[in-house]
Write a protein that binds this ligand. Structure first.
Ligand code: GLA
Length: 472
């Protein structure tokens, strides 16, 4: 009987899962969700724009690919080598309308460059635009009206990642981004789809891209970092495996901030489960820069399989505590103590701030690589100006005996509860029918309703788990 119930749930679930969002229907677009199975953790790689701007050529990019391996970046998890704007010829298309590279700077062509990058065990990314030209304004360089042909061209070259920009006059950006999504899916090649449209526009993005830019262009200064943190945090609930908020590429190592600031920048990108796309010249980075970019303990926060975006849980003026739940059992949290102020200061995380019951929890400092001890109700560290202390806090866990997952209050946990959580994450509803709906929807007990609760409720219906982490 239980099996039959689960089978029925599976059928309903499948229907819910493959059905289009209403916006796709209204636009009359081809109805395909982005199901390329990529980006189950945030992508890691390198991109040419922040350090080289348009000054790129194949020699430089091959050297970067070499350095990805020799510097330890590949070993730390970075895999994509991505060209940004200005790789194309001028004008950008041949007589058949096919995109062509600038053969003076890329004499061997893009397939050869992709082959070289692949031979290093890395992946190749390229850049395009939904408008008539890219942001560098090269005639014929935009993909508007050429989506299928360009996606085919990229696939034939062996492209693994597309950053798709927004310099366009057509105001219907959703339609433009969906056209390229469908074109990429049609090629049959798995290509990570990075939407670069500078702000979070709406829930349709979750079904369209593997990531979407939430901010304008980053710059190598502290004000830009804090601004992007704040803007990117607004859409935290939409992040999850396969679809990430993107506060733009890293500036670590580009020279205009202090190493303390770069550490804080990197820490916060990891806390926010952001794509980690290095933007510095990795052929000759300082040891300090390399140590930041390749800190595997901090990277592990970003890459945590649960895929929850961390959020600010308390603050006092310019002193802030951020928390990102790790794993799915509710016992482990990444915590960042962030000091935006001009002088060093003590910052305290209380276990109650991070939804842990008072009681012994171990604390590890992930920049110092050292265990700090066991603490019963919180932990205090001195944090330098514009700096961050990153901690891993691990505890036992208890919670009240309420019926987690039953968000409609019907007394059973079924596909309706699952679809209500999805609708909540998409912004289609703001409350649940159950009287304590938001609490019971937080099935992992981390204090937030995120994609993790959604995926746990799916796992429950599929019989993969038989109890939620929040349930005693
Ligand atoms: C836009 C993007 C940048 C970069 C440039 C290239 O500004 O947001 O990341 O790709 O275009 O022209």
């Amino acid at each position: 009987m239980k099996k039959i119930k689960r089978l029925i749930a599976l059928v309903i679930l499948t229907a819910v899962f493959i059905s289009p969002f209403p916006s796709s229907v209204q636009n009359g677009n081809q109805v395909l969700a982005l199901n390329n199975n990529l980006g189950l953790t945030p992508p890691m790689g390198w991109n040419s724009w922040n350090i080289f701007g348009g000054d790129i050529n194949e020699e430089k990019i091959k050297q970067i690919a070499d350095a990805m391996v020799t510097s330890g970046m590949k070993d730390a998890g970075y895999e994509y080598v991505n060209l940004d704007d200005n790789w194309m010829a001028n004008p950008a298309r041949d007589a058949n309308g096919k995109l062509i590279p600038d053969l003076k700077r890329f004499p061997s062509g893009m397939k050869a460059l992709a082959d070289y990058i692949h031979s290093k065990g890395l992946k190749f990314g390229i850049y395009g635009d939904r408008g008539v030209t890219t942001c560098c304004n090269i005639p014929q360089s935009g993909s508007q009206g050429y989506e299928e042909q360009d996606a085919e061209t990229f696939a034939s070259w062996g492209v693994d990642y597309l950053k798709y920009d927004n310099c366009a006059s057509d105001s219907n950006l959703q339609a433009g981004y969906e056209r390229m999504r469908d074109a990429l899916l049609k090629t049959g090649r798995p290509i990570f789809y990075s939407i670069c449209c500078w702000y979070f526009v709406g829930p349709w993005m979750v079904d369209c891209g593997n990531s979407w830019r939430t901010t304008g262009d980053i710059s190598d200064d502290w004000g830009s970092i804090t601004k992007n943190i704040d803007v990117n945090s607004k859409s935290a609930a939409y992040a999850g495996p396969g679809h990430w908020n993107d506060p733009d590429m890293l500036e670590v190592g580009n020279g205009k901030m202090t190493d303390t600031e770069y550490k804080a920048h990197f820490s916060m990108w990891c806390m926010m489960a952001a794509p980690l796309i290095a933007g510095n010249d990795i052929r000759n980075m300082t040891t300090a820069t390399k140590d930041i970019l390749t800190n595997k303990e901090v990277i592990a926060i970003d890459q945590d399989a649960a895929g929850v975006q961390g959020t600010k849980v308390s603050s006092s003026g310019e002193l802030e505590v951020w928390c990102k739940p790790l794993g799915t059992d509710g016992t482990t949290k990444a915590v960042t103590l962030l000091n935006r102020g001009g002088t060093s200061a003590d910052i305290t995380v209380n276990w109650s701030d991070i939804k842990l019951a008072d009681g012994p929890a171990t604390v590890r400092d992930l920049w110092e690589h050292k265990d700090c001890g066991t603490f019963n109700s919180g932990y205090t560290a001195n944090v330098p100006s514009h700096g961050a202390v990153v901690l891993k806090v691990q505890a036992g866990y208890t919670d009240p005996t309420i019926m987690y997952g039953d968000v409609d209050g019907s007394g059973v946990i079924d596909a309706l509860d699952y679809s209500l959580i999805k609708r909540y994450l998409l912004g289609q509803i703001s409350e649940f029918p159950a009287s304590n709906g938001k609490l019971v929807a937080d099935v992992d007990g981390d204090g937030q309703i995120t994609a993790l609760d959604f995926s746990l409720s799916k796992k429950y219906l599929l019989g993969i788990i038989n109890k939620f982490p929040a349930q005693k």
